[in-house]
Design a protein around this ligand. Sequence first.
Ligand SMILES: [Mn+2]
Length: 124
Amino acid sequence: MPTFVVHEHWATAHHFDFRLEMDGVLKSWAVPKGPPLESGTKRLAIAVEDHALEYGSFEGTIPEGGYGAGKVTIWDRGEYVLMEREPHMILIDIQGARLRGPYVLIFMKEERGQEQWLLFKKSS
Ligand SMILES: [Mn+2]
């Protein structure tokens, strides 16, 4: 099964990076408030650049002056089942320690060159 990882990242602004193994890379979204644990809460998820699969196990500190400088820890990780994938919608069943169950990513809009998505847990 494909893997996912959520990095907690103390960069200039504290955020979480939600990453799905997809198309041979880690598709990534920065989630300022973090992935919701319960259904009923929608969180903004800004698409960011793909990362190499190897980065999924990274924990450490990105040095000052480097892109994303700051501490990075793994907040959750595991596998997921891809239930549905369309250009603007991804439905997955996540099997992590903190995140478990059906989650949806939906593209909202592009603003200032950034793709804004919503991430939420589907009520099952
Ligand atoms: Mn980040």
